[in-house]
Design a protein around this ligand. Structure first.
Ligand code: AHM
Ligand code: MG
Length: 335
């Protein structure tokens, strides 16, 4: 074997998600295979949602449902479809005893009372982009339950705080579909191969650059942003950073993860705690970014250190991305 062939075989790039999860199982805090199964279940639902997203224009599943979700936001058909797919996969998989979804006010008990994990999920994020063929995503966060195994899950299982997450990830339905996740040992990215129906490892150890050229926020809210945010954004412009904003959190986050940059969803006059949800948006994306060498804050405070209240759907401001940019923002916020 030539040295090049040998290197190519040693590097795990190109192995399937299945195989990767199996290889990495020993790194999990509780290496019994249950968390591995949970990740497989999420990937399976992700494949199904990917299929629905891909043919959305053809299968009459775009458009509004005419209903509002727990956040008072209009539900899109695909939002509802994605929610059903993920909850079903987690129910059938058997490892999750409960699911907290953006689409449902209350915890969903899966009936798997012996399941040791709970999953908080935004099944399809970026609602305003669903009908217009722009990238959207799924975000998930996994905890080991603290309630008694054998009984129903409880609210406390979901309110352990960001540092208690055992795994977190997202799926980006973009120009290619990717699954990116962490179990606290770095961040790995998998690209979906449509014709084979498999996720393959494409980005084994993702690190975000310490600095970056991009700032991402909805500048239409400028006059509703607090002073510290406007001060920070002015410095970005003075340094000629580039503005990039898709309006789908996963897409904006994913781009900045690779290019370096900062994503901002600040408090606004209307929404004093911001728009994004702490349990299934802020915490998981903060866990991933820290594992990738970046940072996430809510202003002066580090996202993963924020103590949750009792509101499962609580919101928190989010500033996330390259460490140096986030530290700068945090310093301005603390003044
Ligand atoms: P959603 O959960 O209703 O999809 O809202 C979350 C989305 C994020 O994906 C995105 O970053 C943000 O809302 C965009 O909000 P805005 O339109 O206010 O800029
Ligand atoms: Mg959403």
């Amino acid at each position: 074997m030539t040295p090049t062939t040998e290197n190519a075989l040693a590097t795990p790039v190109g192995i399937t998600l299945e195989r990767y999860i199996k290889r990495k199982q020993s790194e999990f805090a509780y290496a019994t295979g249950e968390l591995s199964q949970l990740l497989r279940d999420l990937a399976l639902a992700g494949k199904i949602v990917n299929r629905e997203v891909n043919r959305a224009g053809l299968s009459r599943i775009t458009g509004a449902m005419g209903e509002k979700n727990v956040q008072g936001e209009h539900q899109q058909r695909l939002d509802v479809e994605a929610n059903i797919r993920f909850v079903r996969a987690l129910t059938n998989g058997g490892e999750a005893c409960a699911v907290l979804s953006e689409e449902d006010e209350h915890i969903i008990q899966t009936g798997n009372v012996f399941g040791k994990y709970v999953v908080a999920i935004d099944p399809l994020d970026g609602s305003s982009n669903i009908d217009v063929n722009v990238s959207i995503g799924t975000i998930f966060s996994i905890y080991r339950r603290v309630s008694r195994v054998g009984g129903p899950a409880r609210q406390e299982d979901f309110l352990q705080g960001g540092r208690a997450q055992v795994a977190a990830g997202y799926i980006l339905y973009g120009s290619s579909t990717m699954l990116v996740y962490t179990t606290g040992h770095g961040v790995a990215g998998f690209t979906y191969e449509n014709s084979l129906g498999e996720f393959f490892l494409s980005h084994p150890d993702i690190k975000i650059p310490r600095q970056g050229p991009v700032f991402s926020c909805n500048e239409g809210n400028w006059f509703d942003y607090p002073e510290f945010v406007r001060t920070f954004l002015m410095t970005c412009k003075e340094r000629r950073l580039t503005a990039r904003y898709v309006g789908s959190l996963v897409a904006d986050y994913h781009r900045n993860l690779f290019t370096g940059g900062i994503y901002l969803y600040p408090p606004t006059t209307d929404k004093p705690t911001g728009k994004l949800r702490l349990l299934y948006e802020g915490y998981p994306l903060a866990f991933i970014i820290e594992q990738a060498g970046g940072m996430a804050v809510t202003g002066a405070d580090v996202v993963l250190d924020v103590q949750p209240t009792t509101d499962l759907h609580q919101r928190a401001p989010l500033f996330v991305g390259s460490a140096e940019l986030v530290v700068e923002l945090q310093a301005v916020a603390a003044q």
